[in-house]
Design a protein around this ligand. Structure first.
Ligand SMILES: C[S@@+](CC[C@H](N)C(=O)[O-])C[C@H]1O[C@@H](n2cnc3c(N)ncnc32)[C@H](O)[C@@H]1O
Length: 276
């Protein structure tokens, strides 16, 4: 019988179809170690594993093989260097969204004490990253989901970041104007063939009408009334929606309409500036 070592456990997980990195992170979680301890796994790859750890690891691997995000299984995801507590009430924050945060920080550079609004905050990923990078900012984070807001507020408390939260249907309950409005709204078409693979994440965080554009349209229509002069609206969207979103931004009379590419080279963010 193969001895239950980390090497054998990882080989078993890969045979089940797991990516090596996912298997390593899940094994570290089952061992009660940090996900950044991959060097430890290599150094101990022939050591015997405790039976309880092995049973826990096997259960996690089966759930991962059935499509659950690793972040839901470990309860944590690093976003822009911040460890966020994540569960099935919120979207698993994606590394591509860090491109939107980079862009947001660029447009905020040189503005003292900027007012920032994050629409559809989910876990709080964008709002918390911006507040962490810009302690002088006044950040308001909005979501329609009370469940999502509970996750985001708990993250803010744990990270001691003074983001304000509000339950609102996009800008309906929001008052005042902002130097930056940022949003990663739902943008997947209702009949998108990739949706079954995302079945563990909240549908309300993913789907937005027949073309995936309903929420983007709504936000672009309402945001200009809440943008300060020279304020920016920055939006994440699907890989094939950049031209449509730029058109929406132009139609609102916004300036500097442009798109940015994600880590895979796709135009995944578009934005524009309120005239001065
Ligand atoms: C794609 S997730 C983004 C979550 C997070 N900002 C991120 O980047 O990981 C979209 C978020 O928008 C929220 N949302 C959906 N419809 C909304 C609405 N009408 N008003 C406000 N938030 C909404 C969802 O609850 C979800 O948290």
């Amino acid at each position: 019988m193969t001895p239950p070592t980390p090497a054998a456990a990882l080989a078993w997980a890969q045979a089940l179809g797991l990516a090596r990195l996912d298997a390593q992170v899940l094994l570290l979680h089952a061992l009660g170690r940090s996900p950044s301890d991959r060097a430890w796994l290599l150094a101990h790859d022939r050591d015997p594993l405790p039976a309880a750890c092995l049973a826990h690891f096997a259960a996690l691997c089966r759930r991962r093989a059935a499509g659950e995000p690793v972040a839901y299984l470990t309860g944590v995801k690093e976003f822009y260097g911040l460890p966020l507590a994540i569960d099935a009430r919120v979207l698993d924050p994606r590394p591509d969204t860090e491109v939107l945060v980079d862009w947001a920080l660029e447009v905020l550079a040189g503005r003292a004490a900027p007012r920032v609004l994050d629409l559809g905050t989910g876990s709080g990923a964008i709002a918390l990253a911006l507040q962490h990078q810009r302690p002088d900012a006044q950040v308001l984070a909005v979501d329609a989901s009370a469940d999502a807001l509970a996750v985001a507020q708990a993250n803010a408390r744990r990270l001691a970041l003074p983001v304000q939260f509000m339950q609102s249907h996009w800008l309906e309950g929001v008052r005042g104007s902002f130097d930056l409005i940022v949003a990663n709204p739902p943008y997947i078409a209702a009949d998108d063939p990739h949706l079954p693979a995302l079945r563990h994440e909240p549908l309300g965080a993913l789907v937005s009408g027949a073309q995936g554009l309903d929420d983007l349209r709504r936000i672009v229509a309402d945001a200009p009334r809440h943008l300060a002069p020279s304020g920016w609206l920055l939006l994440e969207h699907g890989w094939n929606q950049a031209a449509a979103v730029r058109q929406l931004l132009h139609a609102q009379g916004l300036a500097q309409v442009q798109s940015r590419r994600d880590l895979g080279g796709h135009e995944r963010c578009s934005g524009a500036q309120q005239p001065a």
